[in-house]
Ligand binder design. Structure first.
Ligand code: NAD
Ligand code: UDP
Ligand code: UDP
Length: 312
């Protein structure tokens, strides 16, 4: 049994990760300030003898004993991370420093939930880990993108300077049950809109692309990465290489939900990346990982979840 700290453990990805780690027989400490996460996401774990919940903000130092750290704390949806952009940068940067300081003190292996946003609005397609990205350092997405880039810098400097055992994963758009219904991300927006019979909000002309990974596939990748040998530090891309326009996605959601929602077109947010698709060669080679769940199957599960959660 390992003692594992999960920051952001009450969020969408964090709560699925806590489930998996408990299932695998670990002792899990979930740390969260509930900015975007909720107790409801982990309510079913509270009475488990090897699960513990601590309300704490990772920008403040934390002194606990642990064998491994998954650092996921950070709002992930554009409307949430832009709500208090200074706090977003602090969460990524001060949060990384504190968790790295903790890892250094207790000699824990530490995992960072980085993001495809480090590639910005990419000119190289699909994105390979060797691409350095095209990020606007002063735009509205910068608090998140640059915060995550700086966190990667800190991880690699702690490795070089203090010999830390690090794991950095660049996550591409992931969806599934427990996404926040109002967090503004495209999959949850389209599903909630379709279920409520509201118009589907397409930003721009809907020709921009994303690649959508189902949450169970991603969590399996996290665990493989954490269990890999110390030579596998990353950064390593994790996502589903299937690439879809937002119009394709709207069509798939509508055919899954049914109903008579219409498409409406709205301005494209500033610096919205035009295309995104992971090159997952490295994850296949180093971890034997590849996603298994198709977009159709994953959408079905997610639609079922929202039907129950919203009672529609
Ligand atoms: P989420 O918003 O559901 O989860 C983030 C969690 O972190 C929430 O529970 C929130 O309350 C917590 N948190 C935020 N600031 C905190 C702070 N200062 N101290 C303690 N807790 C804090 O988002 P998610 O989709 O689960 O994302 C989890 C991680 O994965 C994030 O780091 C995100 O950047 C990364 N990521 C997610 C995706 C995706 O598509 N879901 C893509 C790329 C990267
Ligand atoms: N830190 C923490 N928990 C620990 C050890 C350190 O939160 O168990 C914090 C510590 O407060 C510091 C940061 O991690 O702000 C970085 O620690 P490090 O030892 O790398 O740097 P230093 O303390 O020398 O600035
Ligand atoms: N998007 C959209 N309608 C929505 C929400 C988002 O067309 O209601 C678009 C958004 O402009 C972007 C894509 O969907 O091009 C993915 O947006 P999301 O916020 O989910 O993730 P990110 O932009 O961070 O990849």
């Amino acid at each position: 049994m390992k003692r594992i700290l999960v920051t952001g453990g009450a969020g969408f990805l964090g709560s699925h990760l806590c489930d998996r780690l408990i299932e695998d027989g670990n002792d899990v400490l979930c740390v969260d300030n509930f900015f975007t996460g909720s107790k409801a996401n982990i309510a079913h774990l509270i009475s488990h003898p090897y699960f513990e919940l601590l309300r704490h903000d990772v920008t403040i130092p934390l002194f606990v004993e642990t064998d491994r750290i998954f650092n996921l704390a950070c709002p992930a949806s554009p409307i949430h991370y832009q709500h208090d952009p200074v706090q977003t940068t602090k969460t990524s940067v001060h949060g990384a420093i504190n968790m790295l300081g903790l890892a250094k003190r207790v000699k824990a292996r530490i995992f960072q939930a980085s993001t495809s946003e480090v590639y910005g609005d990419p000119e190289v397609h699909p994105q390979h880990e060797s691409y350095w990205g095209k990020v606007n350092p002063i735009g509205p997405r910068a608090c998140y993108d640059e915060g995550k880039r700086c966190a990667e810098t800190l991880f690699f400097d702690y490795q070089r300077q203090h010999n830390l055992d690090i794991k950095v994963v660049r996550i591409f758009n992931t969806y599934g049950p427990r996404m926040h219904p109002n967090d503004g991300r495209v999959v949850s927006n389209f599903i909630v809109q379709a279920l409520k019979g509201q118009n589907i909000t397409i930003y721009g002309n809907g020709q921009q692309t994303r690649s959508f990974c189902y949450v169970d596939d991603l969590i399996d990748g996290f665990v493989r990465m954490m269990n890999s040998g110390p030579e596998v530090t990353g950064p390593i891309n994790m996502g589903n290489p299937g690439e879809f326009t937002m119009l394709d996605l709207a069509e798939k959601v509508l055919s899954c939900v049914g109903g008579k929602s219409k498409l409406t077109f709205h301005p494209l947010p500033i610096d919205d990346p035009k295309q995104r698709q992971p090159d997952i060669t490295l994850a296949k080679e180093k971890l034997g990982w590849r996603p298994q769940v198709t977009l159709e199957d994953g959408l079905k599960e997610t639609v079922n979840y929202f039907r129950n959660a919203l009672n529609v």
